[in-house]
Write a new protein. Sequence first.
Length: 723
Amino acid sequence: MRDAQAAFRALQRSGTAEPVADTDLDTLLRLLQRAFGTLGVHGAALYTFTTGDQVLELVTVIGLPLEFVTPWERVGVTTPAPVTDAVRRADLVWVGGEDEMVRRYPRIAMTVPYPFSLAALPLTADGTTYGSIFLTWPAARAPLLSPVERERLWSLAGRLASVLRRASRAGTPVHAGAHPLGVLPDGGAVGSEEALTAMVARLPEGMCGLDLGGCLTYVTPGAADLLGVPARRLLGAQPWTVLPWLRDPVYEDRYRAALISREPTSFVALRPPDHWLSFHLYPDGTGLTVRINEAEVTQGDQDPLPRVEPAQAPVEPTRTGVLYHLLHLASALTEAAGVQDVVDLVADQIVPAFGGDGVAILTTEGGRLRTVGHRGYAPGVVESFDNTPLTAPTPGARALRTGAPSFFESRAELERLYPSRFELRDGMSAWAYLPLVASGRLVGTCVLAYAEPHVFAFDERAILTSLGGLIAQALDRARLYDTKMELAQGLQESLLPHALPLLPGLETAARYLPSTEGLEVGGDFYDLIRTDRDTATAVIGDVEGHNVAAAALMGQIRTAVHAYARAGAQPDAVLVQINRLMADLDSTLLASAACLRVDLARREALLANAGHPPPLLRTPDGKVTTVDLPGGAGMVLGVDPGAQYGTVRVPLPPGTVLAMYTDGLVDRPGVDMTAAQAALADRLARFDDGPLDDQADPFMSQTLPAEERTDDVALLLLRSTPR
């Protein structure tokens, strides 16, 4: 990939981006270039699956600087990005502008903070997806795609997919790294070059041209005089690499903004010691024309153009693309919660971004290395390094001891320094050992491995070293989160029944799902208390909140229900006593509950309700009704210490199923509660005579995915059976 990039940059600088010999790639490039005219796009990129179906790799980019796609040269299909979403959904993904990009793809918006529109489509033929494309439009286009544009986009995707299918079947699949990256859309000049040069030279201002890679392709004598550098030194170079006073990333950012948004922009810069110059940038599909003038800037003036006072120029320029790449990866790490999340994110998104093939994250425990996660290694290889003493002569232990990163570009280089490291070979040929330092503490080592020898460029080493600190922060945070979750889950498990009692004539099943917001410990509870051979008390409730206070109150309520139920109290009396208990505890929390006393000898139950969702009843003939009390459910617990609660009798002939649940099962954002309860009743109506435990999970299918669940969910199913 990097060799291909270097080759294309050389072609760009020479102005002779020759077509490659590969016929299939030629066809793909012609199809993409045609879209510049038929669809009005100003950039396009093609990805293919080159190593299975889990990683998309960039084949070519047209009309955009390579730095635009650097963070996405290799992307795992689980990475949230338009090209991967298009593949996963098998559909067109449209992002109609900067605001929509911020909302839907915040990482991309942070990495490429410019106004533009984007469409991504999967490349699928005969049921096989070979890759994906994205196309970009200037900021000025309409925010919506027309039906004609959609049809043309799908037509383009179909033709591209057909070419990729043909190449694959011929045994010559189009893949990344085999061809130079990037071509320029056709641009054509009118008139002779000599006449144009003479005309521009007559202008009193300076003029220069930049290609898509930011390299100077044309410099007038006036521009060279204003910049203070001979034209021969400027041609073929990027301005911010030749002129120290333009090395501030702000100036390169203006170039990127003009190129990607296709809107003119400008800035003022100080050429030491006291020459202020104004730069006006005019972009098109092949690069930019830059107009340079003297700028009069005096103390107190209201500057007509934005300017930045340059600091002392660094020895090496700080590239804007590098900064944005680092921001992209940093924003991804903020999404990790537990340690496994960190490992998965590094493996799925960071490893592909750097072309790696494996990763291992090591921490220290008791003076020895411990592997907390890895990907890409053969089974048993990484585990064999567990328990290695920190004093051992290995690169992983050294990184943990010293906090210094190490880069090994070949197996021979690593074997020369650490011969004992290869008593057991790991199948890799290049490594980056990144110490993970958080708040001044060494918390671990991240090992990024490559199956083939790999040259670590200066920018890449800088990014990886910085990334080690970000991974360390995420890992430190994740370990604390995991510890907190273990405590929370232990508390939750101790407060809920480990198993429900067995009663002849009553089949039961229960489920509990915690909220994934906050501490993941909440106040939803259920229980079944056997009081004698023929009777039992079932209760389900919901204490507001998802924290320790809610869980503690829930534990007190459940204990009290046990005591009152075993003393023979009826459901309404149980709720009255619980309500008074909450007043005595001076709790500021509220709770709802439904309490049911089941009499298996009489085949009936008595229900009392304190502001809780009413249970659903399925009769033996399959009809489902809601068990409502006359006058509705009573007041929630914790409001009025003197509240009283009514009861209703519920017949329970054999085959009757009663479903008691908390509101987390039906209360979803944007969904009508009545409609959600109706859908729940419909699922209960489809119950059969099979075990309740087998039907509990499908009954819970309405719940939100774990990452979106903001409330606990509890379910208690009861079925009357022949004795």
